[in-house]
Design a protein around this ligand. Structure first.
Ligand SMILES: [Zn+2]
Length: 456
């Protein structure tokens, strides 16, 4: 399978653009790079004092659906970007695309450059590029001193989802299944093993968007290009996210296979977190129904299996913040991620995850609970907060239950107890839900079911 990465590193001195141009030309002797005629690269250079356009030819071209580009650079004496970049490409060096912004990637914390850009997706077959660098006009002297361009052609990849195997369930106490996942092999990750991974006990689930294209034909290639940018531009050990979800709802294994690996996605304070990235930009667009469904199931599997209350919040020591257990990237630091639309949706997502956990506890019939011959909760409607659960069980079973409000808030959890035969137990906690509907989730051995009750 062909896959090509070309990285160009060169030194810039932007104190004087004409001088910088000569210096830059001298530093580029690579046969892989051809400098365009001066007439093509100096447009606009005179009009704005500290604008410079650099240009060259890329030698990638393995026949993938696009060419991905990210840029990293160092700046003189400043820690955050004072520069803005745009890129335009051409297949024949004659007709050029419109300029595309290359915004600074807020995820690129602890990267090897002072600043790195988001990925840009360039038309397949592009061979020529121009990058316009607009430096901080208020600054003095040199601003940008070293820059790296990373062009990546993912080449042909297998159709997304062909490797979506069933992953074993979480702990037996939780019947929520992990959604099918495209393995790292499935999205052609070149990296099969990295002994340097750190592991963490996940307490908080962080949602991201990739801030990339919302329309692609090959999402495996998009995942691969993010991996390439995180490894070769940011200089990280692996892709930053634990999981990624494409707009068609397919789930991809991220860093080190995903589960409980310390990622690189949350403002440099990644311990205790699991980062899930929805591919695309959701500033004004909503995530798709299918990606929302996969996200809900993934978070339900993780929350249920790791005893994380999806509707709760707690102290996150790494970021020194109290965070919702399902948070957005911007809850940790200043960033637009996960997009205004996705961020506004997080309260509904928390409720959906609570409901998903209740749903995956619910069998299609009581017969699916081994040994449960009959069950009744009485009275229903409940009056005075007092109700009783009547079981008829074959053999001895372990049983416990939880009481939830309709918005998913758990108000009571019983201890686990051993029960056998015909047994009636009082249901506690119904005095804490207020008037209206509530749910009691009964768990019998590894099965369970949900009983809806009305409290008067
Ligand atoms: Zn993010």
């Amino acid at each position: 399978m062909l896959r090509q990465t070309f990285i160009f590193i060169f030194i810039l001195s932007l104190g004087c653009s004409a001088q910088a141009q000569r210096k830059w030309e001298r530093s580029l002797q690579s046969r892989d790079l051809t400098i365009l005629p001066a007439a093509a690269i100096t447009a606009g250079q005179e009009a704005i004092q500290k604008e410079i356009i650099i240009a060259g030819r890329m030698e990638v071209g393995a026949g993938g659906p696009f060419i991905a580009c990210s840029v990293g650079w160092d700046e003189d004496g400043v820690a955050v970007s004072n520069s803005r970049l745009r890129i335009s490409t051409s297949i024949d060096s004659s007709a050029w695309t419109a300029w595309t912004d290359l915004p600074v990637d807020g995820h690129a914390v602890d990267a090897k450059w002072d600043a790195c850009t988001d990925l840009a997706y360039l038309p397949a077959g592009s061979r020529f590029w121009r990058i316009e660098i607009l430096t901080n006009r208020l600054g003095k002297g040199r601003v940008m001193k070293r820059i790296q361009l990373n062009f990546f052609d993912p080449g042909p990849t297998p159709p997304s989802g062909t490797d979506a195997g069933q992953i074993p369930n979480g702990p037996a106490a939780c019947p929520c299944e992990k959604p099918n996942v495209v393995s790292r092999t499935g999205w052609s990750c070149p990296q099969t093993n990295n002994p340097g991974y750190g592991f963490t006990t996940v307490t908080h689930l962080v949602v991201h968007h990739s801030a990339g294209s919302n329309t692609q034909s090959d999402w495996s290639a998009v995942v691969l290009s993010i991996w390439n940018s995180h490894v070769y531009t940011n200089g990280w050990a692996d892709i930053g996210y634990n999981y990624l979800i494409d707009p068609k709802g397919r789930l991809y294994e991220g860093r080190g296979g995903g589960d409980n690996v310390t990622g690189a996605h949350f403002c440099g304070t990644n311990g205790g977190t699991m980062g899930t990235c929805i591919l695309g930009t959701y500033t004004t667009a909503s995530i798709s129904d299918t990606s929302r469904s996969t996200l809900t199931k993934l978070l339900a599997w993780k929350a249920c299996g790791s005893n994380i209350n999806p509707a709760g919040s707690s102290w996150h020591p790494n970021s020194a913040r109290t965070l919702n257990h399902i948070s957005g990237h911007r809850d940790g630091c200043a960033t637009e991620c996960p997009g205004a639309m996705t961020f506004a949706e997080l309260p509904a997502l928390r409720t959906a995850v609570v409901n998903q956990i209740a749903a995956c506890n619910m069998p299609t019939s009581l017969r699916e609970i081994p040994g449960l011959r009959s069950f009744r909760l009485t009275p229903n409607p409940v009056r005075g907060g007092r109700a009783f659960a009547e079981f008829d069980l074959a053999g001895s079973r372990r049983m416990r239950y939880e009481v939830y409000t309709t918005d998913g808030r758990q108000v009571f959890a019983s201890r686990s107890r051993q029960v056998a035969g015909r047994v009636t137990i009082p249901v506690e906690g119904l005095d804490k839900v207020g008037k209206g509907a509530a749910f009691v989730v009964f768990r019998v051995d590894n099965g369970g079911f949900t009983q809806r009750v009305v409290v008067e």
